[in-house]
Design a protein around this ligand. Sequence first.
Ligand SMILES: C[S@@+](CC[C@H](N)C(=O)[O-])C[C@H]1O[C@@H](n2cnc3c(N)ncnc32)[C@H](O)[C@@H]1O
Length: 375
Amino acid sequence: MSLKRETVLWSAPPHTIAKISILQSYLSRWFEIFGRTHPGKSLWYIDGFAGPGEYTNSPTGSPVAAIASASAALQNVGAKWWAGDIQCVFIEQDANTFLHLQNKLNSLDENPKIQKHLFNSSCEDGLDSLHRQKQNPFSPPAPLFAFIDPFGVKGIPFRIVKDLLSRDKTEILINFDSDGIGRIFKAEEAANCESNLNEIFGDDSWKVALKKDSAFHELILQALDLYKRKLRALPGVKYVFAFEMRSTKDNPDYHLVFASQHFLGLEKMKEAMKAIDKNGTYSFSDAHIGQESLFKFNDPESHGDRLFKQFNGKTVKYDEVRDYALNESPFGNPKTMLKYLEEKGMIQAKSRDPKRRKGTFNEDNLEYIMFLQGS
Ligand SMILES: C[S@@+](CC[C@H](N)C(=O)[O-])C[C@H]1O[C@@H](n2cnc3c(N)ncnc32)[C@H](O)[C@@H]1O
């Protein structure tokens, strides 16, 4: 959803507050995990569309949320923190908004291990400036999490996303305005469709993927599906998932697209989503074309049946099933779906543990899972 803003501070709608909570919750996990496991390495967080740092109805914009997560992680990990400093980059194009952000961040009292780098520029120029600095996250590559949260569709050319994800241990969370893409496509040249969509998708593959005669919601899913495929085609990017966030009353709000090179990233991101889901304000959708879109985190049956169809008649390793569950289901792992399938006699699991109980799937002991031939 595209938002317009007239003053430096504005009131955050509930979906913005939910998005920031997801970010904060995920980053706490991310900083803790990397803090414990990457001796001496700086951890980099980049907020490419940082905003003013607060709202008229909330003291916590995304930059403040990131710093709160970093501080909490440093405190929780304590003496077991092996990584170096936490480097937070905030890029904001609007001069007044940037000033407000600067003052807001200066008023925070944070751990000296947290260092801030602020750029009053476009996201693209800010990243270029960062590249040119002596100390930067790109050489040698450091663990990096980028949050890309524009108003609308402009300002995130695919080449930026591709460049960020070309480095090892990079993850990205994008507020993807699929609705805006649908509107640009429908408006054709009146919305400068060709050059805008070429920039967003990195090429003209949208000309084949988006169908002129589609209903609007279908068009949105086509745009999202193409974007996910483009991300997953990048070397090393094995985990991509899009969450459609919608308030219980309204239509879809926007899609959060997450891309990672490591299964643990998507597993932890789903945990952060699930925590938001608990308060009942939001529901999520895995937004796949041709599927019922809303999902519940506690409904393994329908996704279990889909999992079975995917591997019908095959014998596979746990990791393959885990990757499918991460990319194609709401679950952070396949275990509840496998339990359901085993209870129905549709799979057999071979474990090295002679005492394995039915319905349990310890990945360290599992040799393979056999999906019995079904119709
Ligand atoms: C959706 S708001 C960001 C909200 C913030 N991420 C949060 O969660 O609190 C988008 C911000 O990006 C800024 N902006 C717009 N175009 C930009 C660009 N090309 N590069 C960097 N910032 C931009 C806007 O001024 C606005 O403050």
